[in-house]
Design a protein around this ligand. Sequence first.
Ligand code: PLP
Length: 579
Amino acid sequence: MDTEPYFYHPLENIEDIAGFEAAVERKKLTPKLSPERPYTYWTLEIYDQKNGIRGGGGLGVLAADTRRVAEQMGVPLTLVTPFYPSEYHQVLRDGEVFDEKRSVNYRDFGFRFIDNVFIKCCGNLCKLDVVQKEFKNTRILAITEPNFGELYSGMSGSDHRLYQEVSLGFGGYAALKLVGLKPAIMQLNEVATFFAALARLDELASNGMDFYEAMVYTRKHTLYTNHTLVQAAEAEFSREQFERFVYPNLKSRPVRKWLDDKFVDGRLKLSAATIEIAELRSGVSKLHARVANYHDIAGNKVKFKAVTNGIDMKTWVLPEILDFYEKQGILDHFTAPKVDFPEKLTALDSEKIREFKAAGRKVLNEVLATRPDQNGTILEFSDDDFIFDFKRRFVDYKRPELPFSDPVKLRAILEPRGAHYILTGRVCTGDERMTKKLAEILETVAADDYLKDHVHYIADYDEKLAYGLSAGSNAAINLPIVGLEACGTSWMKDVANLNLLISTHDGGVADAVAENYLNVTGKTDEEEAEQLYARMEEAIEAWENDFELEFLIQKQLAAYLPVVSGARMLQDYLNYLFN
Ligand SMILES: *Cc1c(COP(=O)(O)O)cnc(C)c1O
């Protein structure tokens, strides 16, 4: 049994992969991450359409980006996740949105069947398929079966959810062994993946290690990444559900006893158990790590290490812009910002910005060519058009309706410039409140003879739209109620692609001070709406004025490129885990 600590070299200030390898060599550090002992990343959700898996939002985009960044940095990483045999798409008919279920086959996306693993539930042996897709130094190891269902099917706390979570945890852990891997570290992307750490603890404790030793070992090698603000909002399960789905899979009696003690009034909150099984814990932005309100079983407040999410630049940044960042020495080979990058940003003058935006607009037009708006119109924008966008899941706290609180004012801002406003975002299946809100927005828009063909709703928000809009619009609007966005990554795509950011000061945006972008504040929704309109006017004016445009875009990048960089994020994780 290998119990010595794992070392990994801190990657700061290393310019390229050769330099990185040389540094590891120099320091004679044992890179304990190896192809056979990879970094393992556990997630119920991954948003990676190219590989056939569609997530629900930011959590899944983050998972896909983490793997891609690891691939580029040469970090051996195995991502363990379900492959959902069906997924939902949103369709718009006569101004109303509907969900449509479509089936997906893993074979169409380059996954290969490996073998079966079994878990026990409800007195039966459940057969799971292990399928795998390998890349250079990373892989996606997926658990699936024909009736696995879709992401977030059933209510949180339902039997089916628990079945999916237990399948990923116990099934995924068995799958790792099947392909001959031992996890150097287990990163749990939210508490739904708790059962993976439990499977490991159970294996160690039932294979000769005493329980206490097994617990210490598991804790030291498990990182729980929290994306939720309040523990009260977390899913919980009953003991009776655990008796059907979880206990039958446990071999060790002390592990059962340990789990028993996590129940309060016959119910178990996964967060409570996850906090106990993971010594390493992180939050996804500085603000979120500070305010996430979690307590351990003893009632002590849990500390989270801030590791702000980042994006994979190669996926999300227009190639022309990325090339510029690299040639100018703004980003290194890993797409992490170089130390002196702010000085280099002066090369990004308004002429360049406009040139890049014209290239981005082409991409946007291509994406929109197959995605009509609510009127059935196929949109095509010229380089001279001005576009605002709001692209995010339709959930309450993100406030998609705020820009429509004063339609007369909105029109007064858009009309003189002939500006457009593109809105996209899926409503979570079954969320009647937000379905109604969307219908109301569309009614407001339809009732105004300017807005009706300058405000466009595009259905079925996905990665392609996110990319097209980041690359092709002029200003992006992000309005979470302050304190409710854990990080957010759409705004990162906008900043990196040279859009002006109009935002409240929340999530990862609050990693830097509010002077760095077009900030929206206010004590009430009305005040915030007023300020939003003022900021929209400023954004239009800035794009009319070369000096102002350069100034604002350079300032945004100087403050946020390090935040946005996925390579920076992975370096932060490696430093936290192995130093
Ligand atoms: C980037 C992205 C997200 C993340 O959205 P946030 O609201 O910023 O968390 C969600 N969905 C898709 C399709 C994305 O591309």
